[in-house]
Design a protein around this ligand. Structure first.
Ligand SMILES: Nc1ncnc2c1ncn2[C@@H]1O[C@H](COP(=O)(O)OP(=O)(O)OP(=O)(O)O)[C@@H](O)[C@H]1O
Length: 318
């Protein structure tokens, strides 16, 4: 307890400097720095194979780094003990243990590992599994199993919760209720580290997003400021001489006024006029595309749309 209070007041929840991890000749994590404050919700974004899970598994104490310093709740996870683990909640990408137990039994069983667990029945209710409390874990659908994973991650009332692609397989309603659950955990002061391929999820939940490409941090910021003001400038689209035209501008009203003066039809409308403000997804895809271009000509992506395809493939494949 003394250690907990001490680390809370003097250090961030997570501090990573110069993290490296190789698998054979491949550098999965290649000089990654990360700082997460207590009570923050941070989303780690990045394409498949960027090194997110490897990083998170090092933070969870499940993998050893090759180099770098890692402090999680003031402790090096590689040498952390039971008291440290008591303060951490983990939702892994995939888990299939104890499938013969019922939902209620599993949540109660996991609660037994912690010194100050939440009420297991309240947790089952909170993840929307009350109707399935008596069902065996192996009989659950993919999305229901994922909800159970989340129940197991939060039942210990963790100070710090790791969620690795938590809503894969959720229907839209389940995803929204999960978002509410994360917001309520955040409201209780829980620090949350989330990896996700769903940019709307990151935008809805995260105080800060960290984009990882090729094993290091390519950019970070709030969901509304990532990429800087230039990347957030609105794009005005219109049709001129039968061709689609667009322009990114900090002064869309002035541009629209010019277009109206020169191109408006008899009804006063500019053909095909629309104004788009870049979303987090747009900014993310531009950053990832730029990262690929920088890492070599063979990896260069011609624009945004091929990456959109990557992202969609990722989501549907899981
Ligand atoms: N146990 C392992 N042995 C060998 N290579 C591995 C191992 N685990 C991961 N890798 C490789 O390390 C790189 C980073 O993998 P990691 O799982 O950390 O990426 P990720 O960003 O979490 O990807 P995803 O979005 O697909 O989950 C990948 O190239 C992957 O193939």
């Amino acid at each position: 307890m003394t250690t907990s209070m001490h680390s809370r007041t003097t250090s961030p929840a997570i501090e990573v400097v110069g993290l490296h991890k190789r698998y054979g000749s491949h550098a999965a994590v290649d000089g990654l720095d990360l700082r997460v404050e207590h009570g923050e919700t941070v989303a780690i974004l990045g394409p498949n194979g960027a090194g997110k899970t490897t990083t998170v598994e090092i933070l969870e104490g499940f993998r050893r780094p090759d180099a770098g310093t890692v402090r999680v709740l003031g402790t090096d996870p590689a040498h952390a003990g039971r008291q440290w683990r008591d303060r951490i909640g983990v939702v892994l990408q995939d888990s299939r243990d104890q499938a013969e137990l019922t939902v209620r039994e599993m949540v109660r069983h996991f609660a037994g590992y912690y010194s100050a667990p939440r009420d297991p029945d309240a947790v089952v209710e909170a993840v929307g599994l009350a109707a399935k409390a008596g069902a065996r874990a192996r009989s659950l659908s993919g999305g229901q199993r994922r909800r159970l994973d989340i129940a197991l991650g939060i039942v210990g009332s963790p100070e710090l919760l790791f969620l690795d692609e938590p809503t894969t397989g959720f229907d839209p309603e389940a995803r929204r209720s999960f978002w509410e659950l994360v917001r309520s955990l955040r409201g209780d002061g829980t620090t949350v580290v989330l990896t996700t391929h769903y940019l709307d999820e990151a935008a809805a939940l995260a105080d800060r997003v960290v984009v990882v490409t090729a094993g290091r941090v390519a950019a970070e910021g709030t969901p509304t400021s990532l990429g800087g003001p230039e990347a957030r400038r609105p794009v005005v689209h219109w049709t001129q001489d039968g061709a689609a035209r667009s322009e990114r501008t900090a002064r869309p009203t002035a541009l629209v006024a010019e277009l109206a003066a020169s191109l408006a039809l008899d009804d006063g409308e500019v053909p095909g006029l629309r104004i788009e403000t870049p979303t987090l997804e747009d900014v993310y895809l531009d950053l990832v595309s730029a990262g690929r271009t920088a890492s070599g000509p063979s990896a260069a992506a011609p624009g945004r749309h091929p990456d959109t395809h990557d992202l969609t493939t990722t989501e549907t494949a899981r």
